[in-house]
Design a protein. Sequence first.
Length: 547
Amino acid sequence: MSDQNIATMNDWASAQRRWAQEAGSRAADYPDPPALTGKKELIWDEDDHPVRNYARLGRQLAAAGDLYRRPDYASSLLLVPAGPDAAPAVIDKGARLAAVVADRVRVRVVKAGNTRGGQIPAGHLTTMLACEAFLQQFPPLDGVVKAPHYLSDFTLISPGYHDGGPGQRLLYVGPVADVADSTDAIEAFLNVMPFATDADRTNAVGGALTVLLRNHWPGAKPAVVATATKSHAGKDTLVAFAAGSAPKLSVSYEATDWALQKAVVAALKQYPETGVLNVENARLGRGDRQIASAFLERLLTDPEPVLFSTGTGIPARVKNHVVVTVTTNHGTVSEDLMNRALPIHLNPVGDVADRRPAIGNPKLEYLPKNRARIEAELRGMVERWKAAGRPLDERVCHPFTDWARTVGGILLANGFTDFLGNYRARKSADDPVRRGLGLLGTARPDVWLRPDDWARLAVTLGLVKAVIPDGECDTDKSRERGVGVVLSAHRDETFVAETDDAVVSLVLEKKRARFGAGEATTRYRFATLRATPMPEDEVVNAAAQEV
């Protein structure tokens, strides 16, 4: 044999040894298929009724522990490999099921007592994936989660499979959840944020709890609406605090509703695991009076919305476990959205560029470093609430009643008060119609006036566009008619407005009666409920004032 041939054989032998070593290393990354290590055979009897064969095979496959049925009726299987990065694979074709069976079960096909081979006929494999006799051997799976979840009964899940009922049948592949016994990290963050009121501060924690419990109250939890008086006030930081480690997806606000719907639908279909949908930096378009979206209103109130928009593929129905957040500077939000909102307002004083928080940059430094701790503290709040008997906050008033009373109860059990205490005030401030009516009322409080008088006052105050519908603004008569319609629609509602020296709460009243000696007329008044004086600043030195 030539030296060249010997060298070639040596190279080949070395390559074989390397391949064997690498193969052994690769094999260590994956568990051995049960069909290789097990000795038990499954007898597939062609003379028996098919459903009995299907049930026997299903039971043995289910014993492997990594197969689940999809939640819909007769809708195939899911394969979920072990590990924290597990992603379910859909087994919806006979060929894919054949590979699954080959790895997990030693099959012997017999007919008339004679062995016919070890491969189940392909027709049976396809049929089984839509057959309940087979599928009912596997636990149903609504989702694979990597972050700790609370089931519908507020049980904190541990690693493994949990059946919390339809929509809550989850496989948790993360570690044991940490539960903290304090709120120190949360308080440190809240203390550096420029909240306008204590209610805004409490609502921020309420928003974080809503995200933590986002698989509760489908179609009955609010949008977190973060507003601010200036740019870079911390709205995005606030959303990052509330979102925590939940998968967050941001889309830009579109004044045209179909465009916003298309962007949101495409995003949620591409990333179905999204936990927080952030509609960021919403601004008024040219000619727009308010930030509004009929699509977002439907999304917030539909327990199982159908995601569809032209150009985004076929419709898809999903469980509504997404928390919507909206951020805006100065943009007034429609009444319909504000009715479905958890409002949080930031009011920084001075140049935001000069801020030097004691905790460092809240968004880029503190939150990433303390995210796990903050979430452990939020879970601790829930656990303390459970230990206290799960009290509900019966004082809060919000259209999403169950959500408000539960989150309010958790906050109260942990010393956070004033939840939703700013709800009416923010509705008045952020809804252009309500804000206009509040200003109208503070101009002539406690006085009964006819619609034409209120219309003339609206003209004087420059509030025509705010309190009179479009198309009713051109003439005295149309303005009288338009303001009457708006006042009637808001009868018995409460408004909050600021004057130069007080914060005033008013209730709008309507009465038809004889005012004086004339005929009966319909009049309206804004009756003062309370007026809270503005705190005085210190006296300014006269000499310094002159300078």
